[in-house]
Design a protein around this ligand. Structure first.
Ligand SMILES: Nc1nc2c([nH]c(=O)n2[C@@H]2O[C@H](COP(=O)(O)OP(=O)(O)OP(=O)(O)O)[C@@H](O)[C@H]2O)c(=O)[nH]1
Length: 143
């Protein structure tokens, strides 16, 4: 009897990230520190979910660490996720339009606010390309 060979995949690493959208419809992006994986590329702020954390709890923690702002949990809305064969990371993207404080660059190389049309011009990790498109579509519909 033939036995199906199921290719093994690396253990999945869940990553939560946030598209902070301001009242003008601009999106906050963060440039990764030079020297890290994907260094110098622009991504959505966030990071890996730690054992025992909820997705939203991890996102609130990461955003506080990276930007010094407190996200309003009720304002977090799941938008999309992205994964690629061979890459263990799965990025789960939320949008958020309400937070407390002024975002500051505490962890990345730089942060910036970008119009939806400008997102496609940024150099990004591969997983962020479809996520940025989903954010642009949302903003084009809503703003
Ligand atoms: N935060 C974030 N990470 C992303 C995005 N897209 C993407 O491919 N990643 C990848 O997902 C992984 C997240 O790792 P991270 O380094 O930000 O997470 P962390 O803060 O928990 O990290 P640490 O373990 O290095 O301290 C990185 O390999 C990163 O390149 C994104 O939009 N946001």
């Amino acid at each position: 009897m033939a036995v199906a060979v199921v290719p093994k995949i690396p253990t999945i690493v869940p990553v939560v990230a946030a598209a902070l959208i301001d009242p003008a419809g601009r999106v906050l992006m963060q440039q990764r520190r030079i020297g890290k994986a994907h260094g110098g590329l622009w991504e959505f702020p966030g990071g890996k979910v730690e054992p025992g954390e909820s997705l939203e709890g991890a996102l609130v923690r990461e955003i506080a660490e990276e930007l010094g702002v407190v996200l309003t949990p009720a304002a977090l809305a799941p938008l999309s996720f992205a994964a690629n064969p061979g890459d263990p990371h799965v990025v789960l993207l939320y949008t958020c339009r309400a937070w407390t404080g002024e975002p500051r660059c505490l962890d990345g190389e730089a942060i910036g606010w970008f119009a939806a049309d400008a997102l496609a011009n940024l150099a990004m990790p591969p997983l962020d390309v479809p996520l940025a498109s989903a954010v642009k579509e949302l903003i084009d519909r809503c703003n």
